[in-house]
Design a protein around this ligand. Structure first.
Ligand code: CP
Ligand code: NVA
Length: 351
């Protein structure tokens, strides 16, 4: 439920936090003595974010734990084998109890209704770390990665005014901080399963001026609750949807996919492999479909070869590892703004 100004603020925050925390990433930084860690915020000092994870995670969990440390606080990992939730205790009671002891809840759940239930009863902010329907923190990392690689896309036909991204962030005042790079409107193709990652792309990319072209087999069309939100946010005009992956990649600057078998769908594996036959992202598919010759590749990970071959995944077009690194900086921005700097007044105002 992030607004466009919130998305832009989080992206700029992530970008500057990353530079301040990892100045060696800036090739032009002249003085190595300045390479000490300069943290933009310690807003989680003496605070704890509970990580309620009922599914596996590498990137989201490690990002959450390491970014909470950088913000001066603690992330408390509570896997499904650790606590009573789902076995002896309801989401309602769990939210009330954990929310009484921690300052935020970052939850990875099965059905999306579980996170809605947690949010309804928690006295502190609840952030979605992945549900059956949505994966919002992933999309922020993807967008940050695209901004960082903006110079690798062919020049914009007209200059986009993104100067608003460069204001209001304290870190910008640091003399050696590089400006947040403009990103021209892109054509983004998504090939594969209509799952949580795509659903958040559908309600986010068109609002930022990017065109989405999706190819998924007919029976995997996004569910009605996702289309409802797409329409509410007037994103439908920015989306082309079809079943032919070659048609979808036409003119694409970026090609994105996800696993064909999301966590919890393991029993459907054989059927899904059959249904998605022909949807593997390859150089040949993108060439035949007429993707922009400089197209880039992204994937949220974890990845199987089924959906993208090694040539693309490990090749020069691939942004998958910078994208994975960016999970940390974007989750850090979320924790800083929505947990560290959150107050009970925000709750009263319905934030
Ligand atoms: N992309 C992503 O959410 O990865 P993990 O499942 O490893 O957290
Ligand atoms: N669609 C995938 C995303 C993993 C990060 C899943 O839900 O398993």
């Amino acid at each position: 439920d992030l607004t466009v100004p919130q998305i832009n603020r989080l992206l700029a925050h992530s970008f500057y936090s990353k530079q301040l925390s990892k100045p060696w990433l800036k090739p032009h930084t002249p003085n190595t003595k300045k390479h000490s860690l300069k943290l933009p915020s310690q807003s989680l000092f003496n605070k704890t974010v509970a990580l309620l994870f009922s599914k596996r995670s590498t990137r989201t969990r490690v990002s959450a734990e390491t970014s909470a440390t950088l913000l001066g606080g603690r992330a408390l990992f509570l896997g499904k084998e650790d606590i009573q939730l789902g076995v002896n205790e309801s989401p309602r009671d769990t939210a009330r109890v954990i929310g009484g002891m921690c300052e935020g809840i970052f939850a990875r759940v099965g059905d999306h209704t579980e996170i809605e239930e947690l949010a309804k009863y928690s006295p502190v902010p609840v952030i979605n770390a992945l549900s059956s329907l949505w994966h919002p923190t992933q999309i922020l990392a993807d967008l940050l990665t695209l901004h960082e690689h903006a110079h690798e896309f062919a020049p914009a036909t007209q200059k986009d005014d993104l100067s608003h991204l460069q204001t209001s962030i304290k870190a910008r005042k640091h003399q050696k901080v590089q400006s947040f790079p403009d990103l021209r409107p892109l054509t983004v193709a998504y090939i594969g399963d209509s799952a949580n990652v795509l659903h958040d792309m559908l309600v986010t990319y068109p609002r930022l001026g990017h065109q989405l072209r999706v190819a998924s087999p007919e029976k995997y069309r996004a569910p009605p609750e996702v289309w409802k939100k797409v329409e509410e946010l007037e994103c439908d005009k920015g989306i082309w949807w079809g079943t032919d992956p070659r048609e979808a990649v036409n003119g694409a600057d970026v090609v994105i996919t996800d696993t064909w078998i999301s966590m919890g769908q393991e029993a459907e594996k054989a059927q899904r492999l059959q249904d998605f036959d022909g949807y593997q992202v390859t150089e040949a598919l993108c060439r035949e479909g007429g993707a922009n010759p400089d197209w880039k590749f992204m994937h949220c990970l974890p990845r199987k070869q089924d959906e993208v071959d090694d040539e693309v995944f490990y090749g020069p077009r691939s942004l998958v590892f910078p994208e994975a690194d960016n999970r940390k900086w974007t989750i850090m921005a979320i924790f800083d703004l929505f947990v560290g700097k959150w107050s009970i007044e925000d709750k009263r105002e319905g934030k």
